[in-house]
Design a protein around this ligand. Structure first.
Ligand code: SAM
Length: 681
């Protein structure tokens, strides 16, 4: 049912496929024509007119409460296709469910357009028909559904279109028509060449009589006559419309409207199953706005949304696709976007994404929360300025005693280099320093193999809760000390690099979320808490690029080197784990293996990151729900997400497939871009 996805969105059958089994149980007439196979599936023979009639009358009864009687030797309409046309008229009139007065040229025995139009809307109809038998049945069907006060059928001659049918005192909102489609018997039998080669053979039998299906000149001539008459009636009928059975007719008639300088016209597609029909509308009323064709919109080639990952490595190092793919998959999981991996190897990763809900819009709120965390951290850093000052002062007073508290050990060592003198109680001040530099503690905790959560929660309690009181306290002591005649020690505020800020933010956000960010940020350099070993030595940065070393140098100030490098290194290592050398080997295995979030070191070139046993190109279903979602269309967005190598960088593209609106795709791209920016400063 290739075209069903382009059915009008309000078409009942777009989401409610008829259940033949159920219909067979509840409708005896339908049951007579239903066949059940050994597997229990119920099918219909669409080449049998009686089966077709049973289906149409049963669906009209079941889904629209319409009781319709049809002769076997006249056209049997397909309900879903007729619904598409009704919904298109609703869209043009912009009055779904509202009142309108319409005309139906050649209503047929079913009188299907007026019946459906009146059932779904408060419309009234003037219908025409030239065939006696059709007229008889149409009237019967109108009465059977108690629509005699809203639907009027008039008998007309072959030459009549609007003139001779319409009431000259009346104003009409629209006209509709399903014209006889063949020009002669040869065409009706499929012998002449007007059926286009690419159009498949009909799947169901045509029961249309000669009068119904054949008109001199076919549908083109029929509609040209309508166009001619519309020039006489102009806005008496606000919008003229017709259905067309052949694409060539659409082109010819559009050309005709253009040639005759009709002010506004539009076309659309009616899609159902494997059948496509077309709609043509024109008007002399400039205020009419024709709706966009959903089919054309969906089919229109839209360039994919793209983004190049920033290059940040020296020339012999490149990004590797599998770890990057894993990075994005983690974010898809976070956004509850289902994905199906179509391919993942060194050169390309391809995914089909399906989102059943908008989980990215509230990301703004989350970002604001994160921003608040940043601000809190910045406040703490500012507060630490005072502490730095105190640190130096304390050291001047008696650096040897600073060993009482190992957490400030290295700092005191560094501060002691200043070698100035001061006075005061060393113990108290050491205590202050320890408190004020809880972030130093935290960094150290992260540098050990232990207690992430513990030190994070300490950090939260100690710093967030007590920092205000603490700063007041420090300020007071500082004033007191100065009042006692101590020498002022000048100390510049530490400038924290954006990377470090980011590290701090990640750590802070992790307090509540206890997210993998902590794991990623907490690299273990195996420096025990309070160790006096040089942290730079432990992190073994011999394999870092000059660029990266520079970042470290620029970011770490003399006093804060111990704290800053640990976080900085974590950030850089996460990035490095995205990279490989020219042969696809991870840049540095020891780095990668320290990062629990990225499995670079056990992944060979071309292997899938999800399942190392799987050969590239094999389809892996991420969740069992994916296929069901896809099949039932239970999603708001379906798109393709590809990662491709482009030189030394990676090119990311998102290609629209289906969904509510394309804006979702833009929002997801923006979200992913933001994540990349956080990751690659
Ligand atoms: C293809 S059938 C459409 C029937 C129905 N509207 C439907 O969609 O199922 C075309 C109908 O137009 C009728 N017809 C042909 N020429 C006509 C004319 N000049 N005026 C009114 N009806 C006409 C035929 O009898 C036939 O019932």
């Amino acid at each position: 049912m290739a075209l069903n996805k382009y059915m009008h969105p309000r078409n009942w059958y777009k989401k409610h496929k008829p259940n033949f089994k159920d219909l067979a149980i509840r409708y005896p007439e339908f049951r007579k024509h239903a066949n059940q196979d050994l597997a229990g599936n119920v099918t219909l023979n669409f080449k049998d007119p009686a089966s077709l009639r049973a289906l149409t009358t049963t669906l009209l009864q079941e889904d629209f409460g319409l009781r319709v009687e049809l002769p076997l030797d006249r056209l049997i309409p397909t309900v879903p296709q007729r619904l598409n046309y009704i919904h298109w008229i609703e869209d043009i009139l912009e009055n779904k469910g509202g009142e309108a007065k319409g005309i139906d040229i050649g209503t047929g025995a079913s009188c299907i357009y007026p019946l459906l139009g009146c059932r779904l809307n408060k419309w009234q109809f003037l219908a025409s028909e030239l065939d006696e038998q059709n007229l008889h049945y149409a009237k019967k069907n109108i009465e059977a559904n108690s629509f005699s006060d809203r639907i009027q059928v008039k008998t007309v001659t072959q030459e009549t279109m609007f003139i001779g049918l319409v009431d000259e005192h009346e104003q009409y909102d629209f006209s509709m028509c399903n014209p006889p489609f063949f020009s002669d018997h040869l065409e009706a039998q499929g012998i002449s060449s007007s059926r286009s080669d690419d159009r498949p053979e009909p799947h169901s039998v045509s029961t249309a009589s000669e009068e119904e299906s054949i008109a001199w000149g076919g549908e083109i001539s029929f509609v040209i006559k309508m166009i001619e008459e519309s020039f006489q009636l102009k806005t008496k009928i606000r919008v003229y419309t017709t259905m067309l059975g052949k694409k060539i007719s659409v082109l010819v008639l559009k050309d005709e409207l253009k040639r005759r300088k009709v002010p506004k016209y539009s076309t659309t597609e009616f899609c159902q199953g494997k059948t496509m029909r077309w709609g043509l509308a024109w008007t002399f009323d400039e205020s009419v706005e024709f709706p966009m064709s959903l089919f054309k919109e969906a089919k229109k080639e839209k360039p994919p949304l793209t983004f190049d990952l920033p290059t940040m490595f020296p020339e012999n190092i490149e990004y590797m696709i599998p770890p990057i793919a894993k990075f994005f998959k983690k974010h898809f999981d976070e956004l509850k976007i289902e994905y199906k991996e179509q391919r993942c190897n060194r050169g390309v990763a391809m995914y089909t994404l399906i989102a059943k809900e908008n989980s990215w819009s509230n990301q703004r709120r989350k970002r604001r929360e994160k921003q608040r965390h940043t601000e809190t951290i910045q406040n703490i850093n500012q507060e630490s300025d005072f502490v730095s000052m105190e640190t130096q002062k304390t050291t001047l007073q008696g650096g040897s005693e600073s060993g009482e508290n190992s957490s400030v050990h290295s700092m005191n060592e560094k501060s002691a280099i200043n070698g100035k003198q001061g006075s005061g109680t060393v113990k108290d001040k050491v205590h202050l320093i320890t408190k004020g530099h809880e972030n130093v503690e935290m960094a150290k905790c992260h540098r050990s193999d232990e207690v992430d959560t513990k030190c994070i929660s300490n950090f939260k309690e100690e710093n967030m809760g007590k920092s205000a009181a603490y700063v007041t306290n420090v300020k007071k002591r500082r004033t007191d000390a100065l009042a006692e005649g101590e020498t002022e020690v000048h100390c510049k505020r530490q400038k924290t690099s954006p990377i470090i800020e980011q590290g701090l933010v990640e750590l802070a956000s992790a307090q509540s979320a206890h997210s993998t960010v902590v794991e990623r940020t907490c690299i273990s350099n195996h420096v025990p808490l309070g160790s006096t070993e040089d942290p730079n030595k432990e992190t073994d940065d011999s394999n870092l690029s000059k660029e990266q070393e520079e970042i470290i140098r620029d970011s770490a100030t003399e006093e804060s080197v111990h704290l800053d490098t640990s976080i900085l290194m974590a950030t850089i290592e996460s990035n490095i784990s995205f990279a490989g050398d020219k042969s696809g080997n991870p840049v540095k295995e020891s780095f990668s293996s320290l990062d629990p979030g990225v499995e670079v070191n056990n992944m060979g070139a071309g292997e899938s990151i999800i399942n190392p046993d799987t050969k590239p190109g094999f389809v892996l279903a991420k969740t069992p729900g994916f296929d069901a979602l896809e099949k039932e269309g239970g999603y708001i967005l379906k798109c393709y997400f590809n990662l491709k190598k482009r030189g030394r960088t990676i090119y990311m593209e998102i290609i629209w497939v289906d969904g509510q609106n394309k804006q979702h795709m833009h929002q997801i791209l923006q979200y992913l871009k933001n994540q990349v920016k956080l990751k690659v400063p």
